[in-house]
Design a protein around this ligand. Sequence first.
Ligand SMILES: Nc1nc2c(ncn2[C@@H]2O[C@H](COP(=O)(O)OP(=O)(O)OP(=O)(O)O)[C@@H](O)[C@H]2O)c(=O)[nH]1
Ligand SMILES: [Mg+2]
Length: 485
Amino acid sequence: MVFDWFKRGGGEQPQPTPTPSPEPTPEPTAESVATSPEDEAMAWAREAFARLKAQQAQASEDQPSPTSTPLPIPSPQPEPPQPEPPLPTPAPEPLPTPAPSQGLSLLEQAAAQRQQRQQDQDARALEPEPTPTPTPAQTAAVSDEPTLGDFDDDFTWSAEVLAAQGRRVDDISLEEIDWLGRLRRGLEKTRQGFVSGLLENLGDDPLTPEVLDDLETLLLRADAGVQATDQVLDALRQRMNVEVVDPAEGIRFLKEQLRGLLDAPIAASGAQLIAPERDRLNIWLMVGVNGVGKTTTLGKLANLAVRSGYSALIAAADTFRAAAVQQVQVWGKRSDVPVVSNPSSNADPAAVVFDAIGAARSRGTDLLLVDTAGRLQTKHNLMEELQKVRKIIDRLAPEAKVESLLILDASQGQNGLRQAMAFAKAAGLTGVVITKLDGTARGGVALAVSSEAGLPIRFIGAGEGIRDLRPFNSYEFVEALLAGR
Ligand SMILES: Nc1nc2c(ncn2[C@@H]2O[C@H](COP(=O)(O)OP(=O)(O)OP(=O)(O)O)[C@@H](O)[C@H]2O)c(=O)[nH]1
Ligand SMILES: [Mg+2]
């Protein structure tokens, strides 16, 4: 079954409570009458887990592998599924249910519950695991299929985020769960700086002007930029002038403001998502300065396209250095996507694009991905060259749907923002891809890009792996940024 990532969407408006699963549940659940939102969330997550586990067992039955044993489907009532049968001690993760706090939304209640767990985990994990932690199965697997891990905090958080977007329990995929886990882990560094600071200052009392001052510092430190920071703080101040704002409401309101900032350019673009249009040539250009992750992003997009059922082709139009062509070929091979290149040194990038458009036409390709150089003798030439490539495309394929995506390295923070401004003028940008969100505390730059450059963020990359890039979803981004609160 093909899951179309490009058309995924994040549900309509985030909802404060998960829609209780409208469909009959797969297992008898007569007893599973959820009494509190927390129970409901946990029941939702458990059911989602059971379904995914059953799907996985089914898939491995279809492709019998001698090592894989059928996995038990957890019954919704007792413990979360454990691979080992009876453990006398209470399972560590999702069971404990702290006293429900009144008046909080589902997410916040669950968050409060999780917070304790997370603090414990943080305390244990002062030494963070090296980069996004692939599960052993993933490391071993040559295939890039996601695998279902344990019913742990990672899973329940991801399930909650999906549920809160109004997703149905029978309509979620392992791919999404897997990605949300990656996203949350990827944003760890930004979160640690931002959220821990926020929490320290927040306490249990209503918001005060001092807390807002601290929030200002945190946002600026996370590279959210002056404009976005001012906007968020103004909104919070106004709110505080009207009524007393308790911490939970403060967080909810903050999240809403952050989402609003990120969503504004997306709404203004008229397209919630960008997806290759069928029966039409789509050309997506990767542009940006050197080393930001253009080629890697292109490789990940090629994979996403293939996984989502589109045919793809790559144009190796970074002719500045020979290694660039090889690098793109390696990515092409990983997803079985052909690469059009010109091996001669100093080949003209526009000529490569010319050839690639011809090839894409004759193959009936859905998506042509164009890698461009990030480095030329001078920046001015780089812009000129981009304009030349763009002209060729417009002349040769006027019917094509063109996206010019600026790749920005999050770790460059405000510098990246200045690049965005420069490129926006020259390259007719239609969107931004933010890369390397993992490993930086400057993930807030996404807010600066949205509010100051006014560009819609289309994809985000949070790791070097082939599956570490997905379409941007402001709700999920903000939840991951403030996960646990
Ligand atoms: N941690 C992390 N590393 C990334 C990510 N995206 C790219 N990288 C790494 O960044 C480095 C540069 O990536 P490239 O894709 O070669 O960058 P580029 O923009 O094509 O570079 P030039 O072609 O030299 O202009 C590589 O080591 C990538 O593995 C990401 O999301 N996270
Ligand atoms: Mg490159």
